[in-house]
Write a protein that binds this ligand. Sequence first.
Ligand code: CA
Length: 229
Amino acid sequence: MQSPILIVEDEKTIADTIIYRLETDGFSVVWVSTGTEALVKLADHSPSLIILDIGLPDINGLELCKTIRLKSNVPIIFLTARTEEIDRVVGLELGADDYLSKPFSPRELSARVRAVLRRSGTVAAEPIAAESMAFLTVDESRKCVSCKGVDIDLARQEFRILCALIARPKQVFSREQLMESAWDEPGFCTDRAVDAHIKSIRSKLRIVTDQECIVTHRGFGYSFQEPSA
Ligand code: CA
């Protein structure tokens, strides 16, 4: 099991967005809203990476980083709200691995997390599916989903949609949620486009298996369910 990513962010709405994105992308996460809790979780969970907001209620994120660095080389990505903070992150050479200024795109953050983990030599996070599912396996490095060992030839959006579904088995995703997962600019996409991609994914799956794993929930959306053997 991959070590979790520790999110230190006091604004719940921002934390929720990050958690949703990272979990959808197959990471496990632990969230805290203060620096004090962060130090406790750092000891308890030995996270693979920390996403650290600079503006915390009890301690400045930059100070917290110094404290963390006394005991750990865990990669850190800073979240900053102000440009002068960026100057300090860069100038002080605190050992930050990357930073993003708010507002940021959750997809961008997820990509940075993956890149930092790769650079730091931590094994790139395995999507949950790779461990828990025998039926479908996601290979993030090859951007490929295979079914019982046979690669399924998916287009980019199809891959992203299927990964989002697989990452949370049985959870019903609305079309909007799937758009958010799969499109760089979800606003330019329609419900019908999601339906069309689902239809295409199903027909591609049918080439390798006669078992149905994407369930339609009328009026709601779609979910992934592992077929019973
Ligand atoms: Ca904050």
